[in-house]
Design a protein around this ligand. Structure first.
Ligand code: SAM
Length: 213
């Protein structure tokens, strides 16, 4: 269903429209979300594990979905904000974690809340860039940069697309190495870029670490 809604939204000239449609369908029980998990993404779990320097430092999770990554960071002591463009997603995550320490909110990476600007020591972005149509990529990267404070680090995790693989018409719009490298500009540096296997899956992930020195 994600592929169908994504393709139709792009054809209608409204490429950012389909996430809330999908979340609402999930809320009605019409579809199971592929990203419904309660364990943190393994790449994040390996990156931020106890004892992590979370206490007193601020983290943000972009496109937080059902909150497994933001809850992980909050447990490690990060003062965590997590946002998603879909009000249905934010309602679902608040329902899942009613006593959470995380500040969950509706928010758009393409049009950031001003109070989030350059506010974070750690920015975590997992599978959201690839969920955004390539026509929205530049604005998405501006948003990502906009969250990162001076001295801060960003962890970006995306599925690998090889240079000889064509970009698909439907989501996910996965990234090539060059596209990940292109995330670094305007004072944001690429510190590391690795390919990471995923247990039980045929695909590989990009694990990119960026910084704003
Ligand atoms: C593929 S899901 C990944 C969810 C989560 N990061 C995970 O790995 O479980 C992408 C998420 O990004 C959200 N999203 C899409 N566009 C967004 C935007 N412009 N700003 C914030 N969130 C967005 C979607 O609603 C969806 O929850």
């Amino acid at each position: 269903m994600a592929e169908e809604l994504g393709t139709r939204a792009v054809a209608d000239g409204e490429p950012a429209r389909w996430y809330d449609e999908l979340w609402s369908a999930a809320g009605r029980g019409d579809v199971a979300l592929p990203w419904d998990h309660t364990d943190p993404n393994p790449v994040l779990a390996a990156f931020a594990q106890p004892p992590a320097p979370g206490a007193g430092r601020r983290a943000v999770v972009v496109g937080c979905g059902l909150g497994a990554d933001s809850e992980h960071l909050a447990r490690l002591g990060w003062e965590t904000t997590a946002f998603d463009i879909s009000p249905a997603a934010v309602a679902a995550v608040r329902e899942r974690y009613p006593d959470s320490a995380v500040d969950y909110r509706v928010g758009d990476l393409l049009d950031l809340d001003p109070d989030l600007a350059r506010g974070f020591d750690l920015v975590v972005e997992i599978y959201t860039l690839q969920a955004l149509h390539p026509s929205l990529r530049e604005a998405a990267v501006t948003g990502l940069h906009g969250l990162l404070g001076t001295g801060g680090t960003a962890l970006v995790v995306q599925m690998v697309r090889r240079d000889d693989e064509p970009r698909t018409a439907e989501p996910p719009w996965t990234l090539t190495r060059a596209e990940v490298e292109a995330l670094a500009h305007d004072g944001v540096r690429l510190e590391a870029l690795d390919e990471v296997p995923v247990e039980g899956r045929a695909y590989l992930l990009w694990r990119a670490v960026l910084s704003r020195p």
